[in-house]
Write a protein that binds this ligand. Structure first.
Ligand code: TRP
Length: 334
């Protein structure tokens, strides 16, 4: 029998995934799939909570995100990849969990609060968006997940899931598994190539996993460095210099990075030279990802077929939870 612990995680399909996603979560998932039973969800329902008027955007990113997963090495024979909206049990659970939280508690959720700010909803917050942590509690508990790997910014959402689970179990008897957030230790956010805090689509500062080699090179050559470093012989700053920030993250040769930093700081190392070096490092990271993508992308039907299979598997698991929830809540009639 399968006694592996269960992991559930996912992404909103609102754009292609970038190297910030890679270091923040995707790489981790590739490692975790060998030890745990992993579910990875393409969260189209959640994406629609703030994209109700953009169904094409969400639709067009389903295969894209799935290909990003496959390209980084998430293996569909080890990980169940599925589409959220095809699991009606998640929607059903959400309806019941909504009775277990207050509107005030949802409004206090720091993650939701921040996102409401960022998205500029003002007084017009879609109710579905305000309630997405409840829907996310349904995502997690439908699969009886023990662990939920997320970035630091999503921790309050998992805390709210834990509260819902405790309330449910207290009211209806022990039914749901209490999950735990799994936040990677070195989970610093990778800044954008412009040095802005967060890599993102709207800022136009991301390197995508689907970018071809030339595009990556162009982006790296345009990276934010030290604006005061004019002549090669001048001393340069490495703090806030994206080339060194990225080398710290991606270059396995720490000794070499230390040497380059020292050289740059004392002067005599030009931006172009060090950017070319970083470019070589990045191409080594990204080329196998591009190769795997090309293999999967050569037959688009295969990606949809894989999603269909994963979704079928996921649904079987969720329906077992739904049965248990119905029995616990006394709404199992026939
Ligand atoms: N809210 C997550 C994000 O924005 C995506 C997500 C949806 C998720 N459902 C989930 C993450 C369940 C973990 C578990 O990144």
């Amino acid at each position: 029998m399968d006694s592996k612990k269960i992991i559930l995680t996912g992404d909103r399909p609102t754009g292609p995934l970038h190297i910030g996603h890679y270091v923040g979560s995707l790489k981790n998932r590739v490692a975790l799939q060998h030890t745990y039973q992993q579910y990875v969800m393409i969260a189209d329902v959640q994406a629609l909570t703030d994209n109700a008027e953009n169904p094409d955007k969400v639709r067009n990113n389903i295969e894209q995100v799935a290909l990003d997963y496959l390209a980084v090495g998430i293996d569909p024979t080890l990980t169940t990849i599925f589409i959220q909206s095809c699991i009606p049990e998640i929607a059903e659970l959400t309806i019941f969990y909504l009775n277990l939280v207050t509107v005030a508690r949802l409004q206090r959720n720091p993650t939701v609060k921040d996102e409401i700010q960022q998205k500029g909803f003002g007084a017009s917050i879609p109710a579905g968006f305000l309630c997405y942590p409840v829907s996310q509690a349904a995502d997690i508990t439908a699969f009886q997940a023990n662990l939920v790997p997320v970035g630091q910014d999503q921790v309050p959402v998992i805390e709210q899931t834990i509260e819902i689970v405790r309330t449910f179990n207290r009211l209806y008897g022990n039914t749901l598994i209490e999950p735990q957030a799994l936040v990677p230790q070195d989970a610093g956010r990778l800044p954008g190539i412009d040095g802005k805090a967060k890599m993102g689509k709207s800022l136009g500062n991301a390197i995508y996993l689907s970018d071809d080699a030339d595009t990556v090179t162009k982006k790296i050559m345009s990276m934010y460095t030290d604006p005061g470093h004019i002549r090669v012989q001048d001393p340069g700053r490495i703090e806030g210099n994206m080339v060194f920030t990225y080398l710290d993250v991606f270059d396995p040769d720490k000794q070499k990075v230390a040497e380059l930093k020292a050289h740059y700081q004392r002067g005599g190392l030009g931006d172009i030279t060090v950017k070319r070096y970083l470019n070589d490092i990045m191409q080594v990271v990204l080329q196998p990802i591009r190769d795997r993508r090309a293999q999967y992308a050569s037959s688009k039907g295969d990606v949809l077929a894989l999603l269909k299979k994963g979704t079928h598997e996921a649904r079987q698991k969720a329906s077992l939870t739904m049965d248990a929830v119905r029995r616990a809540m006394k709404i199992s009639y026939f």
